[in-house]
Design a protein around this ligand. Structure first.
Ligand code: ATP
Length: 291
């Protein structure tokens, strides 16, 4: 069995610029990888069948699974005769704004490139990934990047200043389509993407905290007051910067010191079942092998 790590992402910024004629939104997002990962196991099969083996009851185990779609796309496009059994060990909360499904698909593309011996570059895998979902290309590369278009156009950025991330997910799941459906672009908050890029390039922690922003946050906070409450708690307990990731409902906090991160996590435990303290994997040069 060949194992690949599928790490989650958070959005340091998420700006929605316009609704496109094709139904997608034009976005500008700065995404960075965090050290909370699903584990994908890949076992080639000679019968040509693609199979999902997952014990997680919250994700589909058929063609609706994004990892299945990744395998099916590669198999068809490159006329692969072999099949694969894909084992998904799920650690990333589902429907949380952390791109868990997209990252599983991206890891499946990277892993099958090896298992099926296809010899494709990451750039080629990212182009394929865009056919599966807008966040898949970023997840193919990992690290830190500016994503534009519908999210599939990737410009790599250096790693953000060193910090610790606290992730807290309320029990609710949020549908990205529902949040975009309720977004009013004329009144929404728009983060300053260029300022965040400068903060990252200059490794300026204060400027990074100051620049955190997400156009979708207002919609989700209005629909789900528990997310707003969680944000306020995280701030009160000592997080230096706090933002909702993606369309939510996961809220993340940023702190510089590990001891401070642990204090925030401990304080949150009584209020929120799913709390994680993770490091950033924001620098592509430093990604561990297998990610
Ligand atoms: P994003 O941040 O990209 O919007 P998300 O974190 O909000 O994603 P996911 O965890 O990717 O959401 O799940 C969204 C939906 O995708 C779920 O309802 C789930 O049924 C479906 N899905 C398909 N394949 C997977 C997978 N491998 N892991 C998780 N969800 C999957």
């Amino acid at each position: 069995m060949y194992f690949v790590k599928a790490p989650a992402k958070i959005n340091l910024t998420l700006d929605t610029l316009a609704k496109r004629p094709d139904g997608y939104h034009e976005v500008e997002m700065i995404m960075t990888t965090v050290d909370l990962s699903d584990r994908i196991g890949l076992e080639a099969r000679e019968d040509g069948i693609i199979e999902i083996v997952s014990v997680d009851r919250f994700i589909p185990n058929d063609a609706k699974n994004l990892a299945f779609q990744a395998a099916a796309l590669l198999k068809k496009r490159y006329d692969v005769s072999q099949g694969v059994s894909i084992t998904i060990e799920k650690n990333i909360p589902v429907a949380a704004g952390l791109a868990g499904g997209s990252s599983d698909a991206a890891a499946t593309l990277r892993g099958l490139n090896h298992v099926w011996n296809l010899g494709l570059s990451l750039d080629e895998l990212a182009v394929l990934g865009a056919e599966i979902g807008s966040d898949v290309p970023f997840c193919v590369y990992g690290g830190t990047a500016l994503a534009t278009g519908r999210g599939e156009k990737i410009k790599h950025l250096p790693g953000p200043p060193p910090c610790w991330i606290i992730l807290a997910k309320p029990v609710i799941g949020v549908s990205t389509a529902e949040i975009y459906g309720q977004l009013d672009l004329s009144t929404a908050f728009h983060p300053d993407t260029q300022a965040m890029i400068r903060a990252i390039e200059e490794k300026d922690f204060e400027a990074m905290i100051h620049g955190l922003g997400n156009t979708l946050e207002g919609v989700t906070l209005h629909l789900y007051p528990e997310v707003k409450e969680l944000k306020e708690q995280m701030k009160r307990f000592g997080a230096e910067g706090v933002l909702m990731s993606g369309s939510g409902p996961t809220v993340f906090g940023i702190v510089q010191q590990e001891s401070r991160a642990q204090r925030v996590v401990n304080a949150l435990r009584g209020f929120c079942d799913e709390v994680y303290c993770v490091r950033l994997l924001g620098d592509r040069e430093e990604l561990p092998k297998g990610v």
